[in-house]
Write a protein that binds this ligand. Structure first.
Ligand code: FMN
Length: 219
């Protein structure tokens, strides 16, 4: 049996799924719960200090008939520093953290001030990128150096945009070369999953690793 949802279920009224609309979230996300990778995007601000911005709701794809690899940042706030710095420098690094570095990366949100080096202030270390004018985070096991390509609003007039970045190249920690998606690998953002038929238990956001790989055979 399948439950069917198109309008917001009565049960969800007044819950996080309902009121989070005030912060730009739709109840369907809490019910449909599609995870997306979580990463830290680093850039330079116009004062020369490193900016760090946690991002999710994104995906990665090949394009240009296989000659390029691209990040589609699915929901970048136009009022944030990441958006501003990307307009200015057109370059960024996407840093993937394992669970170990998650807390420090999250601390960049508390340190989100224009006059702060957000990487150092969060207990992380800056490394110099090879090909772009943007800082890299040493504690993140994979750093992708990227160049801005284009942006577009999903709905005209929205305050968030999809931004396409071309991945020029990357750096991968030797301990992660064999596997980047296991327990010690990249994290996924799952935004407030709720059971619309039983909302008694309060849900929360969490970062998760891929818990189990299911073998569906070769193809
Ligand atoms: C798990 C998680 C995921 C986030 N994903 C996004 C995102 O996809 N887009 C966005 O604009 N902000 C996102 N944020 C919020 C920003 O990280 C936060 O507002 C940050 O301070 C913005 O930094 P900035 O001003 O340097 O861009 C996320 C926050 C968390 C905790």
């Amino acid at each position: 049996m399948k439950y069917t949802y198109r309008e917001m279920p009565e049960n969800l009224k007044g819950t996080y799924a309902d009121i989070s609309r005030n912060w730009g979230f739709c109840w369907k996300e809490s019910v449909m719960s599609v995870p997306s990778p979580l990463f830290l995007v680093t850039t330079y601000k116009s004062n020369g200090l490193p900016n760090a911005s946690m991002q999710s709701w994104s995906t990665f794809t090949c394009a240009n008939r296989g000659s390029g690899y691209y990040a589609l940042l699915g929901s970048v706030n136009k009022n944030g520093h990441l958006y501003r710095t990307l307009q200015e420098t057109k370059e960024a690094v996407i840093n993937f953290m394992s669970a170990e570095a998650h807390a420090a990366c999250m601390a960049t949100i508390r340190n989100n001030e224009f006059d702060k080096d957000e990487i150092t202030a969060s207990g992380l270390t800056t490394e110099k990128a090879d090909w772009v004018n943007a800082p890299m985070v040493k504690e993140c096991f994979m750093n992708l150096e990227c160049r801005y390509v284009w942006e577009k609003e999903i709905v005209p007039g929205d305050d968030h945009v999809v931004i396409c970045l071309e991945v020029l190249g990357g750096h991968i920690d030797e301990e992660h070369l064999a596997d980047r998606i296991g327990d010690n690998g990249l994290l996924y953002n799952i935004h407030y999953q709720m059971n619309p038929e039983n909302v008694g238990k309060t849900a929360h956001d969490y970062a998760a690793v891929l818990q189990r790989k299911v073998d569906v055979g070769e193809y």
